[in-house]
Design a protein around this ligand. Structure first.
Ligand SMILES: Nc1ncnc2c1ncn2[C@@H]1O[C@H](COP(=O)(O)OP(=O)(O)OP(=O)(O)O)[C@@H](O)[C@H]1O
Length: 365
């Protein structure tokens, strides 16, 4: 099978010796929306720039539709890049912005015009073709930037924090528009973002990076529900990580001996052996809270932990509980505000969850 984009053990070491990207492997099929997320400095932008050709590749190969592109300059690669804030030329019209890449490629005027017209039709920009980009709305600017990127007919569109500078409301509506467009156009998008929620909402698969390495590549739902590493468990969503040692495994279910006694979860690392350092990861949404004397409320939950209610706060329909555990840790539990309308008779509570909703991963020894 030929992939649209393939990274094979790609690495980058900057001239000053900084290892920014290490052994990055990725295979994307045509039309996939892939996002790179991770803490600042983990290597997201460097990887994107290596695909685009703005940064040299120190190790490994980048292939587009089976062709190695390591040594091609950016303008000869089958990629287009859309930068933060869209980087439009403010004094130019929408049409001139869109034609810009074609002019760089040396296309004759008539051909440029025809291609730009077609793209403006697709992206609903024809009515504002002669407007200067400085006066456009956020959505119109995004569509213009996309048109400029797409008019050169790339195989892969690379997006470097394109929504980074927008306010939250505009960002939401532009996100929806972006996803719709990507589906319609059907080309592969690689998207770098700081906003985890944006990646979860838009992507077919998310690459989580940490210190230059890939931690996990999974669809959003799986990444959220089944983290493979402690780093991912702490970085994505709101999880409680309960460390210990693997005591037993029975098919997909594993038992971990923790400071709170034995706890269970779905094993997400087939290489984990009895005796290895392991952790049970419990998503905040999976946790139910009952009064300390109300064990019946948690019947069927499997695993329980005692806790102490420290605080509660409401935002909209969400209730956020802060609960202290016996080891001194404070954890967050999220629920709908109606769920615990009756409250609890004292601060002493019990937390319960279904083991199937917890995940067992390898932990640092
Ligand atoms: N031109 C450069 N020369 C030397 N080191 C660099 C250069 N550009 C980036 N780095 C380093 O490479 C590492 C990865 O940087 P990169 O910008 O790819 O991370 P990032 O995940 O995109 O970060 P951010 O989210 O802050 O944009 C960092 O340690 C960074 O300091």
């Amino acid at each position: 099978m030929t992939y649209d984009l393939e990274l094979v053990r790609v690495g980058k070491t900057y001239a000053d010796g900084t290892p920014a990207v290490i052994d990055f492997d990725l295979r994307a099929t045509k039309g996939e929306f892939i996002s790179f997320v991770g803490p600042s400095g983990c290597g997201k932008t460097t990887t994107l720039r290596m695909i685009a050709g703005f940064e040299g590749i120190s190790a490994g190969d980048v292939l587009v539709r089976g062709r190695r592109i390591n040594d091609l300059p950016p303008e000869r690669r089958p990629t287009s890049t859309i930068f933060q804030n869209f980087a439009l030329f403010p004094h130019m019209t929408v049409r001139d912005n869109i034609e810009y890449g074609l002019r760089v490629k040396g296309l004759p005027a008539a051909e440029r015009r025809a291609k730009a017209d077609r793209m403006m039709q697709v992206l609903d920009l024809a009515d504002i073709a002669e407007r200067r980009s400085a006066g456009l709305s956020g959505g119109q600017r995004q569509r213009t930037a996309l048109a400029r990127g797409l008019v050169v007919e790339p195989d892969i569109l690379l997006l470097d924090e394109p929504l980074g500078a927008l306010d939250a409301n505009l960002r939401k509506s532009i996100q929806a528009e972006l996803k719709l467009l990507q589906r319609n156009i059907g080309i592969t998008f690689v998207f770098v973002t700081h906003a985890q929620s944006e990646a979860l909402a838009l992507s077919d698969r998310i690459v989580v990076m940490n210190r230059g390495r890939v931690e996990q590549i999974s669809p959003p739902e799986e990444l959220y529900r089944r983290p493979q590493t402690e780093f991912v468990a702490r970085f994505i969503g709101r999880n409680t990580v309960l460390p210990g040692r693997l005591e037993a495994r029975d098919g997909a279910v594993a038992r971990v001996g923790t400071g709170f006694g034995p706890l269970h979860g779905t094993l997400n690392d087939p290489t984990l052996a009895v005796g290895d350092a392991a952790a049970v990861v419990v998503p905040s949404e999976a946790i139910d809270v009952a009064g300390a004397g109300d064990a019946a409320a948690l019947a069927g939950h499997g695993d329980t932990l005692p806790g102490r209610l420290i605080g509660q706060a409401v935002t909209g329909h969400a209730l956020h509980l802060t609960i202290g555990l016996a080891d001194g840790r404070e954890i967050g539990v999220e629920s709908h505000v109606d769920k615990y309308a009756a409250g609890w008779s004292s601060a002493e509570v019990v937390l319960g969850w279904r083991p199937a909703e917890a995940t067992v991963i390898r932990a640092a020894a």
